[in-house]
Ligand binder design. Sequence first.
Ligand code: SF4
Length: 432
Amino acid sequence: MKSREVKVAGLTIGGGTPIKIQTMCNTHTQDVMPSVEQCMEMAAAGAELIRLTTQGMKEVEALKEIKKILRERGIETPLVADVHFSSDVAIEVAKVADKVRINPGNFAKEHSVAQSQFARFIEVCKEYNTAVRIGINHGSLGERIINLYGDTPLGMMKAAMEWIEMCIDNDFYNVVVSLKASNTIVMSTAYRLLWKAMQERDVVFPVHLGVTEAGNGDTGRIKSAVGIAALLKEGIGDTIRVSLTENPVNELPVARIIADYFYSGEYAKEKITQRHYDCANWDEFIIKASCDFGPLLLDKEIDDFTVTATCAGEPVYAEAIEEFKDNLQQAARRKFTKPEYIACPGCGRTLYNLEETFNEVKRRTSHLKGVRIAIMGCIVNGPGEMADADFGYVGEGKGKVCIYKGKEPVLRSVPQEEAIDALLKIIEENMQ
Ligand code: SF4
């Protein structure tokens, strides 16, 4: 069964229409003109939806202004507001944005309170013709669901289905759903369970795919391609976001290659163990090869594979191929030869240079095979989203960082200049 069609302003998601690619601003939403400029760059790079963080009422006002300026400049790309925790903000921004992303389970600790706030929110969305994404991440499951089903793909699916049922009961169908995780097995399992549950329910909402906290560079691209491709191959997925800890504009060509590869019909539909690629550049090669071999490794259909390639007519050296293969084995969670980095893409809540910090942490920890290190932009969502990291570097406000060991904050309010050293010290102390 195909997914339903959902209208987001002039854009249709689902119903067998082509996969839509999207990204998210990392500007502060209150900085209206830098946000407008970034949206324009994203639209020019092919973004079909653009999300902005909306943490409070000031950001709702700023989003209104950003939308107005973009429309005056002829940019019609639908804008999505990203809201966490506050149903009041979600309700206000539903009058402004074309789509609102929420996890209704975080509206209130008490489930019945969250339910009544969600019902109010739905009424406003109906009135303003606003679409909704129910976005449940592995790291943001509520206490009630964790007590019932554990911190598991099943719990993620069950949480989503509860809110889906409520949308159906309230006759609201302008809904997209996502169940992201940084671990490609958790992510693909959760989406498969959700897809099955929606089929059985006979109401299939479009699905937004993504691997959260995928990191940057080759590893971020490879991890995203593995998780997204595993599902697209099965016909699951109507819109995709590749999250990279880089300039968000860089996410769009990666998402485009993944989506186009599926339409080209060239991707491996059968079990294969070797392939040659002639690609325009390195990124195209690693993304296509990850789409082909990543899902086969992830689902344990193969253990190893052989690839050869040319990029811009030049043969790719064996060392580069080996490095790619190691990264792909790790992204598919089959063989761990390096540290595992969990880094959020950053957004308007990030108050430090995330990309620079992440690269520095990577440089100084590259020898720590198998250790899971998280670099997160903010203390509001970071600790939850970094899931099963062994150690974490989490932005705690202007110039301050909190260092985590597992789920415990062990050093609070560390000045940013000292924070990488502090993280390394904690890692060393605990690795002896
Ligand atoms: S964890 Fe990162 S992407 Fe998520 S809200 Fe915080 S800063 Fe933004």
